[in-house]
Design a protein around this ligand. Structure first.
Ligand code: FAD
Ligand code: FES
Length: 336
């Protein structure tokens, strides 16, 4: 059973299979709709139902208020059609923004690297059977075998590497995907199932502003993809990468970024430690950025990591007069 879903302003339609979200059906049909988390927490995928009926499924009152529901708004990443639908995205879609879009696809692959690279952090590299096109900063959803659940992990490799996906995974105590699988039973040689690409974080096209990139923990993953892609294609005049951890045990890929900085005079790399004195930058990553930049006017920023770090980072950048629309962020929220 499928239902026809028409996206009014784009004049495009998709046949949405029963049980599939409106967003997923659109992305699989190469119809781009705004979205970020795909798990009902960010609210960026809201659509207005102009005609027809949806099942809101797990949409929480926190992301979709009862008033919004009553006004015919739905979360594209959660809602499924129960009849034919006509919709429009709440956030406007600029079809001519020059950003390449890639359809969502199912993939299979083999684990070729699974290394401990820092405290509670593993590098997972999956060799795909078929190439995946994506923008730097996007993520894939990896299925956890035998559980029926899937979790999001950002690609750390640049889009030029289409069949070898690198992920940085932090262990969540008690977590199904991490503690229960990637840090437990998973090993090199195993087959995995995933789908991608997803998300709208990143720097897919050239920009005139110098960029500050701020990572907490494995928030480094999408920023590594962005940095490698941006340097290879000369996308920004300057890139300043900050990576925050508590102590040296939390840092990884230090030599990789130091070497990149030696090769590219317009790329700066600052690892920051908040709980260990060392000869590098000391303090919370956002405080180090505050100390380094007296004004952020005319700059843009890309932040990725835990919600607390993002909140502190956005506050710091606004204090330094960065325009809010130039602050791009990806929060590693878990589904709980
Ligand atoms: P979960 O099982 O989801 O557990 C999450 C939390 O809930 C934990 O604190 C756990 O202790 C708690 N919990 C679990 N079960 C219960 C219960 N029954 N009762 C109470 N509490 C419970 N992470 C990365 O490391 N790298 C990335 O590149 C990355 N990219 C992401 C990109 C996006 C867009 C998003 C949204 C998230 C990303 N994440 C990333 C986070 C990742 O997707 C997972 O959320 C994370 O790995 C935890 O998954 P898990 O299954 O191990 O934990
Ligand atoms: Fe749907 Fe985040 S709530 S993409």
């Amino acid at each position: 059973l499928t239902h026809e879903v028409r996206i009014d302003p784009l004049d495009r339609s998709t046949k949405c299979p029963a049980g599939q979200s409106i967003l997923e059906s659109c992305l699989r049909d190469d119809i781009w709709l705004p979205h970020s988390c795909t798990q009902g927490t960010c609210g960026s995928c809201k659509v207005r139902v102009l005609s027809g009926e949806v099942d809101h499924r797990d949409s929480s009152e926190y992301t979709l208020t009862p008033e919004e529901r009553a006004a015919g708004i739905a979360l594209g990443c959660q809602a499924t059609p129960v009849s034919g639908l006509v919709l429009e995205p709440v956030e406007q879609v600029d079809a001519d923004d020059g950003v390449p879009r890639h359809p969502l696809r199912d993939h299979t692959g083999t684990v070729v690297v699974l290394d401990d690279i820092a405290r509670d952090i593993r590098r997972l590299v999956v060799e795909l059977d078929e190439p995946m096109s994506f923008n730097p900063g996007q993520y894939a959803e990896i299925a956890v075998p035998g559980t029926g659940v899937a979790r999001q992990y950002s690609m750390a490799n640049p889009p030029s590497e289409t069949t070898r996906l690198e992920f940085h995974v932090r262990r969540t105590p008690g977590g199904i995907a991490t503690d229960g699988w990637m840090f437990a039973g998973l090993s090199v040689g195993e087959r995995v199932e995933l789908k991608g690409p997803l998300g709208d974080f990143g720097m897919p096209v050239a920009q005139e502003d110098p960029a500050i990139l701020i990572a907490g923990g494995t928030g480094l993953a999408p920023l590594k993809s962005i940095v490698r892609h941006a340097l290879a294609h000369d996308l920004a005049p300057e890139l300043h990468l900050y990576h925050g951890g508590r102590s040296r045990q939390d840092l990884y890929d230090v030599e990789f970024f130091e070497e990149l900085a030696r090769q590219h005079p317009n790329f700066g790399y600052r690892p920051c430690l908040s709980e260990e004195d060392w000869d590098g930058a000391n303090g919370l990553v956002t405080d180090v950025v505050l100390a380094d930049f007296q004004s952020c006017r005319g700059l843009s920023a890309y932040l990725c990591g835990p919600p607390g770090m993002i909140e502190a980072g956005v506050k710091a950048l606004k204090r330094r007069r960065m325009a809010p629309r130039k602050i791009h962020r990806e929060e590693f929220l878990d589904a709980s």
